[in-house]
Each structure stands twice: as structure tokens, then as C-alpha cells.
Design a protein around this ligand. Structure first.
Ligand code: NAD
Length: 353
């Protein structure tokens, strides 16, 4: 029971629905801009060009070079395009990589951001920016990083391939899982996370067989919004630390890594805070770690870090890195405990209680 809390408020304007991409022009104008640079990954360049075309004279062009973990050399190139075109705002169309590039441009120029998310990763509602320079990833939080407007268009997620749909959704669920035991949890985020569990639990099995089902897509995207709010509002712990270590130091793919770790980090912390994680057991079946593991298996998500090309020696080094700097977690741990958790995730073992 949350009987003492601070609710910091929600400052990002959200437009949600099917076909909402059509509202991009109105949202840009509402922010007072008349020249925006459209951002995407190379993979989504055609979609970005189509949006640029739709925006007409509001568009200053497209930069389609966004990449995972926001490398600063890509940001420099995008900045040159942004300044060269005389743009004053960015429109980021894509997943967390594209949103990250928009944030990186915004922190350097003060540009407003309109984000149009097409995965469930959840960067759009956060004040967090992770950047990579010289192989080192650094992360910081600042209120100015938060995008001004987020347009969720369910139609844009219809094309999300089934494997990425599942891993990206489990990535989102990891934000909710860690929010449940966050020291700064508030009742609004708590409600959103509970609703996100239900939305993904009912939506994902449908999408596994029918990826274009608009109702299930709508449920999943709503769940992603809730989880993104959680990530952007409260403190994350062990799960996000391990995902950061594996992504940052071993270049492990972001969504898959989160997806594989989630049942194991959940089981690990459920020992210390079973009450906090009870909502997961209620929706996915208990105990919470095993319930999530069974669900991940059912939706054909990847289960083993070994399948991502990570070796046992990588697990040794990851365990070393994960205990280098102390950070808050509901269950205290040492290197041995983390090494065991990583071993279970490496082999895809069902978490034991
Ligand atoms: P991504 O943005 O790298 O997208 C993966 C691939 O899928 C890309 O090629 C992309 O173009 C493609 N794609 C995206 N949407 C698609 C769609 N609807 N249809 C077809 N293809 C599509 O992956 P991601 O998992 O969304 O984001 C991961 C990155 O985001 C990482 O760098 C991570 O650190 C960052 N992130 C940051 C935060 C934050 O708060 N700062 C939060 C979550 C993730």
C-alpha cells in the first residue's frame, strides 16, 4: 500500500490511436515550429521520406542514419544536417535508437522533439539519454531530455516483425517489473504498470499468430506507453544494470537481452519483495519469475543468452562489471549471486523458487 509518495507529474503531451501520424503537422505547428528534421534508422528511411513528404514545407529533410546506443559520431553528422537545413525541431520516427538520436540533438541545440515510436522499447516518455563514444556508453538523466510530444500511431506497429514484437514487449515489461519495487513508486505509475501487465498478457499471444491484429496492437502499444512512463518516472535497479552491462560491454542486442534476463531478475528479486511483485504472479501465474519464463516460452521469445553469441567467459566478465559500482536493489547481492543469475540466463533455465 502506497501511503506516502511524490507524484512528479507528466509533462509530455501524448496523442494515441490509429492513423494519428496524420496529426504530426498539427502537433509541430502547435509547438510553434515551421522547419523540422525527420529522423529514422536506415531501415525505416522510406517511412521517414513518406512522412517528410506528408509534412510538405514544414520538413527540412530526412536524416536516416540513427543507430543503436546513440554513437556520438552519428549525432555529429545529424547535427550538421539539422543546422545546415535551418531546422528548429526534430521528428523521430522509429524505435529507441531513433528517439535517442532526437534526444542527443535536442540536448545540444535545445530543439523540441516530436517522437513517433514504432517499437515498445519506451525511450519516448523518459528523461534518460544513453550515448556511446569510443566504445563507452554513458547515461544521464535530465528533465530537458524529455520529448515535448509523443504520437503513438497503432498502424505504424503493424509492420513490427513478430520476434521484435515479443522481445520489445518484454523489454517494456522489464520497466514495469522494476517499477513495482522502486523506492520512488507512486500510485499513478503503479496503476499504469498493473494495466501494462494485463495489456501485454492478453495482446502478445494474439500477435504471435496474427501480427496485424489492430486491437492486440493497440493493447500492446498502450502497455508500452505505460511502461515508458514507469521507466521515465521511477528508479530502476538490478535488471536494467545487467542489461546495460551486456549491451554496453558486449554489444548484446538490446530488446533480446532484456527479454532473456527478465524472468531471472524477477525471480531473483521476488525472494526479497514477493508482495511488490505479486501483480506479476496474479497476471502471469506464480511464482513471478517462473510465470514470466513460461509466458516468454509460449510467445517464442529467445530464452538463452548463449543464443546471442555470449560465452561463459563473457558471463564472468559481466558479473565483475555488474558489481563494480554499488546501486540500489531490493535484494542485496554479491558477485557469486550475479554470476549464478547470469548462468541461468545463459542456459535459459527455468527460474527456481
Ligand atoms: P531500434 O530502435 O534499434 O530498432 C530496431 C530495428 O527495428 C531498427 O532497424 C528499426 O528501424 C526497426 N524497426 C523499428 N520499428 C519498426 C517497425 N514498426 N517495423 C519494422 N521495423 C521497425 O530498437 P529498440 O529496441 O526500439 O531501441 C533500442 C535502443 O533504444 C537502445 O539503444 C536502447 O539503449 C535505447 N533505449 C533508450 C531508452 C531511454 O530511455 N533512453 C529506453 C529504451 C531504449
Amino acid at each position: 500500500m502506497l501511503d506516502r509518495f511524490t507524484f512528479p507529474g507528466l509533462t509530455t503531451r501524448v496523442v494515441f490511436g490509429r492513423g494519428t501520424l496524420a496529426q504530426a503537422e498539427a502537433e509541430i505547428t502547435r509547438l510553434g515550429h515551421s522547419r523540422v528534421l525527420v529522423l529514422s534508422t536506415p531501415h525505416q528511411a522510406a517511412q521517414a521520406q513518406a512522412l517528410s513528404h506528408q509534412l510538405g514545407r514544414l520538413s527540412a529533410g530526412v536524416f536516416a542514419g540513427a543507430a543503436m546506443h546513440t554513437p556520438t559520431d552519428v549525432t555529429e553528422a545529424a547535427l550538421a544536417a539539422f543546422q545546415g537545413a535551418g531546422a528548429t525541431a526534430v521528428v523521430a520516427l522509429g524505435g529507441g535508437s531513433t528517439t535517442g538520436l532526437g534526444k542527443a540533438i535536442s540536448t545540444r541545440t535545445g530543439a523540441d522533439q516530436v517522437v513517433i515510436p514504432t517499437t515498445y522499447a519506451g525511450s519516448e516518455m523518459t528523461d534518460i539519454l544513453g550515448e556511446t563514444a569510443g566504445g563507452q556508453k554513458t547515461t544521464r538523466r535530465d528533465p530537458s531530455i524529455r520529448p515535448e510530444v509523443v504520437i503513438y500511431d497503432v498502424d505504424l506497429t503493424l509492420s513490427l516483425p513478430v520476434p521484435l514484437t515479443m522481445t520489445s514487449a518484454l523489454n517494456a515489461l522489464a520497466h514495469a517489473m522494476e517499477a513495482f519495487y522502486a523506492p520512488d513508486l507512486n500510485p499513478v505509475v503503479d496503476l499504469m504498470c498493473r494495466e501494462a501487465l494485463r495489456a501485454f498478457h492478453s495482446g502478445l499471444p494474439v500477435l504471435a499468430g496474427d501480427p496485424h491484429n489492430p486491437q492486440a496492437r493497440s493493447q500492446a502499444l498502450l502497455g508500452a506507453w505505460f511502461c515508458s512512463v514507469a521507466l521515465g518516472s521511477v528508479t530502476m535497479a538490478l535488471h536494467h544494470k545487467l542489461a546495460h552491462v551486456l549491451g554496453g560491454s558486449f554489444n548484446a542486442p538490446h530488446a533480446e537481452t532484456h527479454a532473456i534476463l527478465l524472468p531471472h531478475t524477477t525471480a531473483f528479486n521476488a525472494v526479497a519483495v514477493p508482495q511488490a511483485l505479486a501483480p506479476i504472479a496474479e497476471v502471469f501465474g506464480g511464482p513471478p519469475g517462473a510465470g514470466l519464463w513460461e509466458f516468454a516460452k509460449r510467445i517464442n521469445a529467445p530464452m538463452r543468452l548463449a543464443d546471442l553469441g555470449l560465452t561463459e567467459a563473457d558471463m564472468d566478465r559481466a558479473a565483475d562489471l555488474a558489481v563494480q559500482n554499488p546501486y540500489s536493489n531490493p535484494r542485496p547481492f554479491d558477485r557469486e549471486a550475479i554470476r549464478q543469475l547470469l548462468q541461468d540466463a545463459h542456459q535459459g533455465r527455468k527460474p527456481q523458487t
